[in-house]
Every structure is written in structure tokens, then in C-alpha cells.
Design a protein around this ligand. Structure first.
Ligand code: F6P
Length: 356
């Protein structure tokens, strides 16, 4: 008999259910005496002892369902070692529930912060297998995360919709795409949508952005679209310390970076600017077929690791192959866009402006 806990943590994304289904179906098919328990609302459920026994029917009909059937929450890694308001030691509580529920393994689906805690639990003696979830595609050790492609589709669709209205009104539009620390989503949606692109990894100079807009105007193009990552940063701000930047942003009247960029463009070009923020729509709705396939494959591979009792790994996707990646290699690292990578060079070759 194997008792397996499922846990989804951090911001949700489209293909969490499809991935859990992949793990569950493979386990039920190949390990007849398996029991699956859903830990509710991420690490919160593991800390405070909330879980429910899952049945095979719970995993039917969820391949196309967004969100997560067991709920999620954000439990920052940096606060894991800080006792809660009642003095509870969270790490000890998680270990104690893991033992109390007699789990053989925890399957943890999450992003960067989630992986740091998963690695901690592994180091503390719990058996863990993880799966790379996030629309940001920023997890180290895997070329692709599930959720990313679905979000690219939505962000691209937002840019596509903006195209017709931007053209009719001869305006500059900014579409703000999710991603505070990394710009994969903005990069892919920007290329797919034919926009200029500002990323956290390539600090911009507003004058370069304005030059690119002026060039378009001179070429007779009546509108422009900029795909701007939430975490886009100017060259000026990129050299500030974390503390200085925080203070500057606090004093800043703009709700997000796009509004600041929009105002500067209006002042420098005299063109009318509109801002669109698709926000959490990018994480919502059903997973695209690509994500359903990748989730099913990653899920099946995670189940195979559990059957072989090979713990302490994230199931990643490298060069077209599913590979186990040691958790210690994944935890604490971010996969960022390399400004010198070929995708950036190709995009620049197409005439896309990155503001640098
Ligand atoms: O990590 C996924 C993500 O959607 C980021 O792209 C975004 O910056 C952040 O989460 C938003 O977080 P929240 O859902 O807590 O507002």
C-alpha cells in the first residue's frame, strides 16, 4: 500500500489539474493499492492538518479544468522558519502531519518559492517529488513549465485584440504582461503578437523606446503596441539598490510600470497612449492542448518515480525529453531570459525594440 499526498502551492495556473490527473491515473493504473490524499490550500494544509482522501473519480473530467481542485495559497519560503502568530513551528508541523498521515511521498506542484520549501522538506526527511508549475516559465532545470503556453495564448490574444482598436484610433497601446522577475511570457506573447517588448532582464531607456515609436510613425505606421512585463525596469532604476528602488516606487503615483511608461511616451511624443492590463486572466481558463500534453507526460513521469521510490526530484523537460532533476539543483535559482540569447537576437533582427 502506498499513501501519496498531492499539494499545489503558490499562484495557480491552467494545467495544475491536468498534471495531478496525469500522476493519479498513472498511479491508479500501475500501483493498485495506492491511496491519494489532497493536501488543501498548499503548504497551509500541510501546516494546519487539512487534507481529504481523493478517489479515482476526483481525477476524471479535470483535464480541461483550470485552477486546482485542492486549492492553493502563498506561504513564503522566507517565513517558513518563523513561528506563526500562535508560536507554531511550521516546518515541524509539516513534518509531523506528513508522519501522522503515514505518507510515503508528497507530490508538490509549484513554482520557485514552492520548490525551496519542497527541498527543505526533502532535506528534513520527507519523500518529495515535484512538478514545475508556473505561467512565468522561470523554473531552473526545465525548458518549459506547465501553464506557460496557455498564458502565452491569452496574453497573445490580448495583443491581437488590441491591434484592431489601436489601428483604428492611431494610438500607442501598452499591454502589461505578468512576470515581475522574468520576462518569458512577455517575450513570447510580444513576438507572437508583433509588439515591441520591455523585459525585466533588459533595462530600457525611454528615449530608445520613443525613437522606435517615432521610426514607426515616419514609416507611416499609425499605431504601436508595446508588450511590457510587470517587472520591466528603466536603466536608471536598474542601478538602484533594492531599498532605494522601493522608496522611489512608493513615492511614485503610478499603479504599475506601464502607466509610468505611458505617461513618459505621451509627454515625449504627443501621441495618445492607452494601457491594457489582462492581469490574472492570464492564469485563468482551460489549459491549451500543448499544456495538457506536457502535463500528462510530466505527471506520468512523476508517478513512475514514485513507483520506483526515487525521491527528491523535480520532473523537468529538457531538450525534448522528460528528466528527473535533483531538487537541490532547482531550489533557489531562477531561469531568466538571457539578453544575449538567440531568441533575443532573432527578435531584434525582426526589428523588435527592447528599449536597450
Ligand atoms: O508567479 C505567477 C504570477 O502570476 C506572476 O506572473 C505574477 O507577477 C504573480 O504571480 C501575481 O501574484 P498574485 O496572484 O499573488 O497576485
Amino acid at each position: 500500500m502506498k499513501r501519496i499526498g498531492f499539494l499545489t502551492s503558490g499562484g495557480d495556473c491552467q494545467s495544475l489539474n491536468a498534471t495531478m490527473r496525469g500522476v493519479a491515473k498513472t498511479l491508479y493504473e500501475n500501483c493498485p493499492d495506492v491511496e491519494i490524499y489532497g493536501v488543501l490550500e498548499g503548504y497551509k494544509g500541510l501546516i494546519y492538518g487539512n487534507y481529504r482522501k481523493m478517489e479515482p473519480k476526483d481525477f476524471s473530467g479535470i483535464l480541461t479544468e483550470g485552477g486546482t481542485i485542492i486549492g492553493t495559497s502563498r506561504q513564503p519560503f522566507k517565513k517558513m522558519r518563523t513561528p506563526d502568530e500562535n508560536g507554531l513551528d511550521k516546518v515541524e508541523a509539516m513534518k509531523s502531519n506528513y508522519k501522522k498521515w503515514k505518507l510515503d511521498c508528497l507530490v508538490i506542484l509549484g513554482g520557485n518559492g514552492t520548490h525551496k520549501t519542497a527541498n527543505l522538506l526533502h532535506e528534513e526527511g520527507c519523500n518529495v517529488v515535484t512538478l514545475p508549475k508556473t505561467i512565468d516559465n522561470d523554473i531552473w532545470g526545465t525548458d518549459i513549465t506547465f501553464g506557460f503556453q496557455s498564458a502565452v495564448n491569452i496574453a497573445t490574444n490580448a495583443i491581437d485584440c488590441i491591434h484592431t482598436t489601436a489601428a483604428s484610433h492611431s494610438r500607442v497601446f501598452i499591454v502589461e504582461v505578468m512576470g515581475h522577475k522574468v520576462g518569458w511570457l512577455t517575450l513570447h506573447a510580444g513576438i507572437a503578437g508583433g509588439a515591441d517588448i520591455l523585459l525585466p532582464e533588459i533595462p530600457y531607456d525611454i528615449n530608445s523606446v520613443v525613437e522606435a515609436l517615432d521610426k514607426r510613425t515616419k514609416e507611416g505606421k499609425k499605431f504601436s503596441i508595446l508588450a511590457v512585463a510587470e517587472g520591466a525596469i528603466s536603466k536608471e532604476d536598474a542601478v538602484l539598490s533594492k531599498k532605494e528602488l522601493k522608496a522611489k516606487r512608493k513615492a511614485n503615483p503610478y499603479p504599475s510600470i506601464s502607466y509610468q511608461i505611458g505617461k513618459e511616451i505621451e509627454e515625449k511624443t504627443g501621441q495618445e497612449v492607452r494601457i491594457t492590463v489582462p492581469g490574472h486572466m492570464q492564469r485563468g481558463g482551460e489549459p491549451c492542448p500543448y499544456d495538457r500534453v506536457i502535463s500528462s507526460r510530466l505527471g506520468a513521469a512523476a508517478a513512475r518515480l514514485i513507483i520506483k521510490e526515487k525521491y527528491g526530484y523535480m520532473v523537468g523537460f529538457k531538450n525534448g525529453e522528460i528528466v528527473p532533476v535533483p531538487l537541490a539543483e532547482v531550489a533557489g535559482k531562477l531561469k531568466m531570459v538571457d539578453p544575449d540569447s538567440s531568441i533575443i537576437k532573432e527578435a531584434k533582427g525582426l526589428g523588435i525594440c527592447f528599449g536597450d
